[in-house]
Design a protein around this ligand. Structure first.
Ligand code: ATP
Length: 278
């Protein structure tokens, strides 16, 4: 028997406070995810139909996965994660089975959120034939993608009757997403998750140094100024590297100093370019 990988299902421990910046996105997610689950009766009272899907898009490392976790935590919903790339790489039929099984488990554990990462791997516009090569035979790639996509569409449409299940999809390539997914009643909201600006970088730095003792010579504003083009993930990495630099000096170290941040900064090259963050 083949191994069918099930999506991990749990209520994540991440909260909104663990996310720096992105205030508008957080607010929109609270409305689209938290409200329909926590205040379902108010939606019914006003005849509001909750969203079935939200598409998050933006560059890698800018918090999409973490936002999904925080939204699930805030709504006290079970989070089931799926990766489009992983589904695409599975044997024919197995990916469809995993998709259906994940939706079934989501309905059973409602309120729940299905986080669908790298959505473009299976939800790419039909006919674009992105390939990917994972399944070897490029001839079949389009039809394989189409089968997964039509299974996904069927499952999303099936959510009409099931209360309290929402799909959060993430992609770095929103323009590649098939238009069928964007019809009303499917992914009703599309939210851009931008790379952090100065203020947001400062907030992200505060989040990731919360549990660190910083020496008086550390000026996080200055660090934020010197980290233009950094993603949230790179800022988190910078803080970790600074603490490791302190430990490298002495395993007895209990504070992280400016020089540690400088040495960590020198070791990290941002992956985004100014054009990408403009
Ligand atoms: P990918 O597209 O590569 O999957 P992503 O957009 O889903 O990336 P995350 O996985 O959420 O990004 O972010 C990676 C890590 O970076 C997180 O674990 C978190 O520690 C940190 N991070 C990113 N953005 C932020 C932020 N705004 N505030 C706090 N931490 C952040």
């Amino acid at each position: 028997p083949s191994i069918v990988r099930g999506a991990a299902a749990e209520i994540p421990q991440v909260s909104w406070e663990d996310i720096g910046g992105l205030h508008e996105v957080k607010k929109r997610l609270q409305q689209a995810v938290e409200w329909p689950i926590k205040h379902a009766d108010a939606f019914t009272r006003l005849g509001l139909r909750p969203s079935r899907g939200v598409l998050l898009h933006g560059p890698p490392g800018c918090c999409k996965t973490t936002l999904a976790k925080a939204a699930a935590h805030a709504a006290q919903a079970t989070l089931l994660s799926l990766s489009g790339a992983e589904l695409y790489s599975m044997y024919v039929g197995e990916g469809e089975a995993l998709l259906r099984d994940t939706f079934r488990r989501a309905r059973l554990s409602a309120p729940s959120i299905i986080f669908f990462d790298e959505a473009d791997a299976i939800a790419a516009r039909r006919g674009v034939g992105e390939g990917g090569g994972a399944r070897g035979s490029s001839e079949n790639d389009t039809s394989v993608g189409e089968k997964l996509l039509s299974t996904l569409l069927t499952e999303i449409d099936g959510l009409e009757l099931a209360q309290g299940v929402l799909v959060l999809a993430a992609t770095n390539r929103p323009q590649a997403i098939d238009a069928a997914l964007m019809r009303p009643g499917r992914f009703d909201s599309v939210l851009y998750v931008p790379p952090p600006d100065f203020e947001s970088r400062l907030e992200v730095l505060h989040v990731h140094t919360r549990h660190m003792q910083l020496s008086d010579d550390v000026d996080l504003e200055e660090v934020a100024e010197n980290t233009e083009c950094f993603t949230g993930a790179e800022l988190a990495g910078l803080c970790r590297e600074a603490a490791i630099a302190a430990l490298r000096e002495s395993l007895e170290a209990d504070t992280v100093c400016k020089r540690h941040f400088s040495s960590a900064r020198n070791g990290i090259q941002p992956t985004l370019t100014p054009l990408q963050i403009a």
